[in-house]
Design a protein around this ligand. Structure first.
Ligand SMILES: [Ca+2]
Ligand SMILES: [Ca+2]
Ligand SMILES: [Ca+2]
Length: 219
């Protein structure tokens, strides 16, 4: 079993990706600066489960090096966006009823903005975003509440009729944006929520269709 260092948050706090069997879990780890210099892979890691049902602890040589929040059992549910008022209406069950969460985000009226949703910061909670086709700007918010965008960036050509999409294209636990050009059937996927060119570009299917995204095979 090996742990690969993924992202350094601060000097002594590191986030790991742990491959355990076929499951990929996200770990938050703690390394001293001395150990961090070794980086790369840590061998002979033993996992010890504590009584806490919500967390696992990873020890190496008797020292706590990582904790894990077990994968959530969250269920995706639906929401709505009202372009005339800029309000999102999110429901936490796939049933009839009133919205569980209502908030406004973005301009009202939305002037052609298109809503998207994803886990932009990898905390396990999906939140909303907006795409402005006129400027190519994405506005992403990390909480489902009224406020300004936490992340804003431009991606892709403007005014081409592109349709925004969002998903975890590289499986790192963070959803990022993409675009679909219905005129050509081209997908443009980017692996970070930032300005730049597409990391993945390909054509799929005939022109004039509507895109959808998902983890169809669980892999
Ligand atoms: Ca999130
Ligand atoms: Ca990702
Ligand atoms: Ca898949």
């Amino acid at each position: 079993m090996t742990i690969k260092r993924k992202t350094a948050l601060v000097a002594i706090v590191v986030v790991f990706v742990l491959t355990a069997g076929s499951a990929l879990a996200r770990w938050t780890g703690f390394l001293s600066l001395g150990e961090k210099k070794k980086s790369g892979q840590i061998e002979k890691v033993e996992i010890q489960n504590f009584v806490s049902p919500s967390k696992e602890y990873v020890y190496a040589g008797g020292r706590l090096i990582a904790t894990e929040e077990p994968p959530g059992t969250g269920v995706d549910t639906i929401g709505l966006y009202n372009p005339s008022g800029g309000a999102f209406f999110l429901r936490n069950s796939n049933t009839s009823g009133i919205a569980d969460v209502t908030f406004s985000f973005g301009p009202a009226p939305a002037a052609g903005f298109i809503p998207i949703a994803g886990d932009w910061n990898g905390d396990g909670v999906d939140s909303t975003g907006l795409y402005d086709p006129a400027t190519g700007a994405f506005f992403l918010r990390n909480s489902n509440s009224t406020g300004s965008a936490d992340v804003a960036f431009n991606f892709g050509a403007t005014n081409q009729g592109y349709i925004p999409i969002a998903g975890d294209w590289d499986g790192d636990g963070v959803d990022t944006t993409g675009l679909y050009n219905p005129a050509t059937g081209a997908f443009f996927l980017r692996n970070s929520n930032s300005t730049g060119s597409a990391d993945v570009l390909f054509n799929f299917g005939a022109a004039g269709l509507k895109p959808i995204c998902g983890d169809w095979d669980g892999l």
